[in-house]
Design a protein. Structure first.
Length: 390
C-alpha cells in the first residue's frame, strides 16, 4: 500500500488528479448545507495587527496572497532553470515556445475584448491568457507513450513562457494603487539578494528569510504579493557546490510536494466553491462568459497554432521531431485549460462576487472542453502512431 501511494505521488499526473479531486470536493461543499459554514471559515480573520505590523487577513486572502506566493516561487524557479539550461536557454530553443505562448496570450485576450470592450467586465481580458501547468501536464501524462516526449517538452516550455507572461500582466495591469515607499523597500531587498548571489552566498536561508520581507513590502505596495515569490526565485543561486544539489534545486525539491499537493488543492478548494443556480447557464452566453470560453477554447489553440506555423514558415523556429500540426493544435487546446491561473486573474479583475462566480463557471466549462477534446485528439493520433509502427 505504501509503495502504491509513493508511486502515485511520484507520477506526473498526480498533481493534476489531486487538483481535480479538490475541485469536485469544493463544488460539492458549495452546493450542500455546509456551503455557508465554509464561506464563514474562509472569511475568518487571522494574523497580527499592531501599529507597526499589519498582517491580519481572512483565511481566503492568506491562501490567495500568502500560500500562492510559494506557488509563484516554484514557477519562478522553473522559469529560471529553463532560461539557464532548458528549453529557453537559447534563442533557437526558445523561439517556438515563445511564439506559441505569445499567440496563446494575445489571441485569447483579443477574443475576450471582442465581447467585452466597453462593458463593466472589460478589465478581465487577462483571464483567458493563462494556462494551468499542473492540469495540462497531468492530462498529457495520462496518455503515456502515445505522445512523443518532444511534445511534452514543448507544452512544458510553452506553459512556462505563458506563466511568465501572466506574471507580467498581473504585476503591470492588475495593480490598483501603488505605494512607492514599500515598493522601494522590496526592490532594495531584491537588489541585496542579487548582490549576495553575485558574491557567492549559497545558504538558501539568506534568500528565503529576506523573501518573506519582500512579500510583506510588495503586499503593502499594491502590487500582488505573489510576485515576491518570483523575485525571490530569480535571486537564488542556480550554481552550487560540485557535489549535491544547487541552492535552487534544494528549494525546488523542498517546496514541490507541498505546492502540488497542499497549496494548489487548497487554492482549488477555496476558490472553486461555486453554488449552482438556475440562471448560471445564462451567464455562459453573457459577454463575460462568451469572452472567457471563446478566449480559452478557441483563442488559445488558434493563437498557439497560428503563431507556431508562422514562425516555422519564416524559418525562425522548427517543429519538435516527429510532431504533426494536428498535435500542435491539440497542445493548443491543452493550453486552454486555464483553471488555477485564470481563476486567480479573475479574482484580481473583479470585486463584484457575481462577476467572480460567472467567470469561475465559464473557466470551468472552457477548461473542461479544452482538456477533454485535446486529450481525445492526442489519444486518437497516438493509436494511429502505434498502429503504423506495428
Amino acid at each position: 500500500m505504501r509503495k502504491q501511494i509513493k508511486q502515485f505521488f511520484e507520477a506526473d499526473s498526480a498533481s493534476g488528479i489531486t487538483l481535480l479531486v479538490f475541485l469536485v470536493i469544493s463544488l460539492i461543499i458549495a452546493n450542500s448545507p455546509l456551503g455557508p459554514h465554509f464561506e464563514s471559515l474562509l472569511a475568518q480573520q487571522i494574523g497580527i495587527e499592531t501599529q507597526q505590523i499589519h498582517l491580519k487577513y481572512s483565511v481566503l486572502l492568506w491562501i490567495n496572497d500568502g500560500l500562492m506566493a510559494l506557488f509563484f516561487l516554484m514557477v519562478g524557479i522553473e522559469i529560471k532553470q529553463e532560461l539557464a539550461h532548458g528549453q529557453l536557454s537559447s534563442a533557437k530553443k526558445a523561439s517556438l515556445p515563445f511564439f506559441a505562448a505569445l499567440g496563446g496570450m494575445v489571441v485569447p485576450a483579443g477574443f475576450y475584448a471582442l465581447f467585452n470592450t466597453g462593458t463593466e467586465t472589460g478589465h478581465g481580458w487577462g483571464i483567458p491568457m493563462a494556462t494551468d501547468i499542473a492540469f495540462a501536464i497531468g492530462i498529457l501524462s495520462l496518455l503515456g507513450k502515445r505522445v512523443p516526449i518532444a511534445l511534452k517538452v514543448f507544452l512544458t516550455a510553452l506553459a512556462i513562457v505563458d506563466d511568465l507572461g501572466a506574471i507580467l500582466v498581473i504585476a503591470i495591469f492588475y495593480t490598483t494603487q501603488l505605494e512607492s515607499s514599500y515598493l522601494l523597500y522590496a526592490l532594495g531587498l531584491f537588489a541585496l539578494l542579487m548582490f549576495m548571489n553575485r558574491m557567492g552566498v549559497k545558504s538558501i536561508w539568506f534568500y528565503l528569510i529576506p523573501g518573506l520581507f519582500i512579500w510583506y513590502f510588495i503586499h503593502h505596495s499594491g502590487i500582488h504579493a505573489t510576485i515576491a515569490g518570483v523575485l525571490t526565485a530569480f535571486a537564488i543561486p542556480i550554481k552550487g557546490r560540485k557535489q549535491g544539489h544547487s541552492p535552487i534545486q534544494t528549494v525546488e525539491h523542498a517546496i514541490s510536494t507541498p505546492v502540488n499537493f497542499v497549496i494548489m488543492p487548497l487554492f482549488a478548494l477555496a476558490n472553486t466553491n461555486i453554488r449552482f443556480e438556475s440562471g448560471m447557464i445564462d451567464g455562459l452566453v453573457s459577454p463575460l462568459g462568451l469572452g472567457i470560453i471563446a478566449g480559452l477554447f478557441i483563442g488559445k489553440p488558434l493563437g498557439i497554432t497560428l503563431l507556431s506555423w508562422i514562425s516555422v514558415k519564416l524559418g525562425l523556429s522548427e517543429l519538435p521531431k516527429g510532431t504533426k500540426w494536428t498535435q500542435v493544435l491539440a497542445i493548443g487546446l491543452m493550453g486552454g485549460i486555464g483553471f488555477t491561473m485564470s481563476i486567480f486573474i479573475a479574482l484580481l479583475s473583479f470585486s463584484d462576487i457575481s462577476h467572480q462566480t460567472e467567470a469561475k463557471f465559464a473557466i470551468l466549462v472552457a477548461s473542461a472542453l479544452s482538456g477533454i477534446i485535446g486529450y481525445f485528439i492526442l489519444k486518437n493520433m497516438g493509436r494511429k502512431h502505434i498502429a503504423e509502427k506495428e
